[in-house]
Design a protein. Structure first.
Length: 221
């Protein structure tokens, strides 16, 4: 049993999940901005996330990048259930505003991006474990803990964190390397995760654990 934050984020069995840091969710002109959401909190968070990713790389913590693909030419991934909700609640997104098209600007990574040897897992729903190969990737690398980062705190990051916990991964939710479109919604997710699905920690707390790891781990290739 892993009891402390240091034990949970040990580089030997920890991966950082970077969820949906894509133009449609972060950039001005992206789908969420066009939908009427305020992207300022997300944009303010991304530089902190970039620092955490560099810290993970330095500590030899695996970085797993999650990206969405939703709208495609024939919209294979958008069910009538999804589209009914979008028409009722999403102010154009997925219906008149395409979201995260493959090989297009709106689906590209925003400001930070994976290295050539870092895996990218593609998903088509809020949760990254839904119908994809994330669990296979993590189990193949003997991962026991996921550090949750990215966008949006209360939607895709929270859904993925819940799924991870239900699959018996330790969940560490980075409080200041996740963001959504209102502080109230962000804070509500942090309370919910801490109560039921994992441990909430700041980037500084997580990186301090990595820095305290034996030098042999940081130097290992």
């Amino acid at each position: 049993m892993l009891r402390t934050l240091t034990e949970k984020v040990d580089p030997r069995h920890c991966a950082t999940l970077i969820v949906d840091v894509q133009n449609d969710f972060c950039a001005e002109g992206g789908a969420m901005h066009r939908e009427g959401r305020d992207v300022k909190l997300v944009q303010k968070m991304v530089p902190r996330l970039a620092e955490l990713v560099e810290g993970a790389r330095a500590a030899k913590v695996k970085c797993v990048w999650i990206r969405n693909v939703y709208n495609t030419g024939s919209n294979w991934y958008l069910s009538e259930v999804w589209l009914e909700h979008a028409q009722r609640r999403r102010n154009g997104a997925y219906v008149s505003i395409p979201v995260c098209e493959p090989d297009a600007w709106n689906g590209a990574f925003y400001e930070i991006a994976p290295l050539a040897d870092e895996v990218i897992v593609t998903k088509h729903r809020y949760g990254a474990f839904e119908g994809g190969d994330l669990d296979l990737v993590l189990r193949s690398q003997n991962i026991r803990t996921v550090v949750m980062t990215g966008v949006a705190t209360n939607v895709c990051v929270e859904t993925t964190a819940r799924q991870a916990f239900l699959r018996d991964y330790y969940v560490v939710f980075a409080s200041d390397c996740t963001a959504t479109y209102s502080q109230i919604e962000h804070d509500a997710t942090l309370r919910n995760i801490d109560a039921f699905f994992g441990q909430v920690a700041s980037a500084a707390e997580i990186e301090a654990c990595w820095a305290a790891q034996p030098a042999r781990l940081r130097a290992a290739s």
